[in-house]
Design a protein around this ligand. Sequence first.
Ligand SMILES: Cc1cc2nc3c(=O)[nH]c(=O)nc-3n(C[C@H](O)[C@H](O)[C@H](O)COP(=O)(O)OP(=O)(O)OC[C@H]3O[C@@H](n4cnc5c(N)ncnc54)[C@H](O)[C@@H]3O)c2cc1C
Length: 443
Amino acid sequence: MRKIAIIGNGISGISAARHLRKLGNDEITVISGETDHFFSRTALMYIYMGHMEYQHTKPYEDWFWEQNNIKLVRNWVKEIQVSQKTLLFQDGRTMAYDILVLATGSRSNKFGWPGQDLPGVQGLYSYQDLELMEQNTKDITQAVIIGGGLIGVEMAEMLLSRDIGVTFLIREKEFWDIVLPPEEASLIGRHIEEHHIDLRKQTELKEILAGEDGRVRAVVTNENQEIPCQFVGLTVGVSPNINLVKESSIETNRGILVNEYLETNIPDIYAVGDCAEFRVPLANRRPIEQVWYTGRMQGETVARTISAHKTAYVPGIWFNSAKFFDIEYQTYGHVWNQLRDNENQFYWEHSDGKKCIKFVFDDQSKTLLGVNSFGIRLRHQILDQWLREKRELPYVMKHLAKANFDPELYSRYEHEIVTSFNHTFPDMAVPIKKKGILASLFS
Ligand SMILES: Cc1cc2nc3c(=O)[nH]c(=O)nc-3n(C[C@H](O)[C@H](O)[C@H](O)COP(=O)(O)OP(=O)(O)OC[C@H]3O[C@@H](n4cnc5c(N)ncnc54)[C@H](O)[C@@H]3O)c2cc1C
């Protein structure tokens, strides 16, 4: 029986452990310094907002692990002694392994700003960050968030839920425009402002100032403007958490370097999830994938390889979803922030300015390449299928109603979308059913 150690009890490490158990009888130990049990990091905001308690964010009952013979160790690993195949823990204990899976996740970025380590200044990644945010935001009235992105907007929503005023500094011209195309970035920017957030575009942080009590009292922008606050949220992205391996012989770049089998340069050591970086990225994918479902897929894949069913990571069609306050966002395939050479797009936005959909397609073949939707929930399975089958845009338009996730909860906009499509691209126009008939078909 081999001893398999997994460092990290997030979605990647836990998926690896569960699938290793399904596939064999190895001795499996999952180590984490953060929490005793696996929890959903994506639900951290709901704990703060009072919608959930911590125990509700645990996808498995605590007895699940013992019952499945997966040992959990709560400790920080301080060093990996690669040549001895031993882990050294922070408390001095050691543990031998035959196979090691690194699933150490990410950490919040900091860029060396003066004052970035003051009390009252923090990022949001771990459970400990959540506890700190609880303390740091007690009885305060004004906060500044630095850096627009998914975690920044979650933090803004969290603070607003406690009536704390938020100023949001973003370096970009429009919100998250390093990822979102201009129309979507502008829609979300407007939505953020409607929530009475003071969104300051093209504004950078210069310095964070301390008050007499040593805590944060203000930030200073690159235009030397001082903004008083009692809390600063640093949400300028995350980076692979590779501190543990930096001094070892395991090769790193921004993340821990792996091949398509998630193997590092050292035999019997693998890396999965947010901490891993592909030496050769898959076509149209980033070398580091920092989302929940890819962590799960990588965990499953590595378990197969370790269990003698060597399997390359083939993640299929890219998908991600998130929420910007009340607006749900889904993205399928490739929608870059700017159209690429061979690409064209069809964009529709509802008159309320809170719903939109974008189809990116190959300009020559008219094949669908990617879809962004805001405020309209689409069926994952259908979009995935259309992208895999390389459907042409007229086909997609003709069958658009099939992609509507929940006709009972969501009003349908197919009629308006298809009409607008026909108007914009008469050469690809598709027949439009009467609104009433279309609606009755799907109600
Ligand atoms: C607030 C927030 C919201 C998010 N929302 C979304 C979302 O809506 N959708 C989405 O797809 N993704 C979202 N993400 C990203 C997603 O949560 C991550 O991609 C995912 O959790 C990464 O999983 P992982 O298992 O690779 O790493 P992690 O979940 O980071 O787990 C790594 C674990 O390893 C532990 N560890 C690290 N080093 C050591 C060590 N030396 N010793 C012991 N333990 C160690 C860490 O403490 C941690 O517990 C969100 C992230 C955050 C922070």
